[in-house]
Design a protein around this ligand. Structure first.
Ligand code: F6R
Length: 241
């Protein structure tokens, strides 16, 4: 389940090759995508490979894990903006191929129900990419989120607000709530890869290694899934037994 690579670049190289092969073998595949600093080298390498290998992307569908509530798509820290900037615009995907929860919806609960339903009616996710929070969150499923949860509104934990306020010039702008795919949506994906890089993820990786599936540690839900790989760089793996 745990695979250790020499560097974030080595993970990006391996994972981007896997994604290109996945799209080649199944051009109508549904990809679940993540944002955050961990994914930046992954998407940069994926773009390079896509430019070289040019798989057919016309039937690809993507579903992002999460979005902040209250940030419009034009806000540079919204996940909508992130995805367009790091990946979508450069791949030339059509808007109809892309799905992100709408953090500006006037009826977030309705938005949540529709989002899980849209994933299911697209046929489910073939692949889900995940990062992990220093508190073990996947998507924005914070500790104690039930494993059978679907897309929902979540109040971000103090830990997550502190970790992610680094992206905001003015920390007061950091949203307090988000919409996230639920743990059940994630576990329903046919294949899952979680990526953790950097020394600041070493403690949470040690905890994940030791914890049996327990909602207090959301990433431990992955231990219930038959097709998960966890990719670590040497720094994130430095406290594995
Ligand atoms: C982002 C997401 C989060 C991040 C996690 C790690 O879409 O779902 O779970 O993957 O917070 O973020 P970084 O990579 O910035 O350390």
């Amino acid at each position: 389940m745990f695979f250790v690579f020499s560097s974030p670049a080595a993970i990006a190289d391996h994972l981007s090759q896997h994604l290109v092969e996945l799209i080649r073998n199944k051009p109508d595949c549904r990809l679940g995508l993540a944002t955050g600093s961990t994914m930046e080298p992954v998407y940069a390498r994926l773009l390079q490979r896509m430019q070289k290998d040019a798989p057919d992307l016309s039937r690809l569908t993507t579903f992002n894990l999460d979005e902040y509530i209250g940030l419009p798509a034009s806000h540079p820290q919204s996940y909508n903006y992130y995805m367009h900037h790091h990946l979508f615009d450069r791949l030339g995907l059509d808007d109809s191929q892309i799905h992100l929860p709408d953090g500006m919806s006037s009826d977030p609960d309705h938005e949540c129900r529709n989002y899980s339903a849209a994933i299911a009616s697209a046929g489910g996710l073939d692949f889900q990419l995940l990062g992990v929070g220093t508190n073990g969150h996947i998507g924005f499923n914070e500790p104690d989120t039930p494993f059978d949860s679907l897309t929902h509104v979540i109040e971000l934990s103090e830990n997550t607000r502190l970790d992610n306020s680094r992206f905001f010039d003015n920390t007061d702008e950091m949203p307090t709530h988000a919409i996230t795919m639920g743990i059940k949506d994630i576990l329903d994906a046919r294949e899952i890869v979680l990526v953790a890089t950097g020394e600041h993820k070493a403690d949470v990786m040690n905890l994940l290694y030791r914890t049996p599936a327990d909602p207090k540690m959301p990433a431990s839900a992955l231990k219930l899934h038959p097709n998960v790989r966890i990719y670590l760089d040497a720094a994130a793996a430095s406290r594995l037994p």
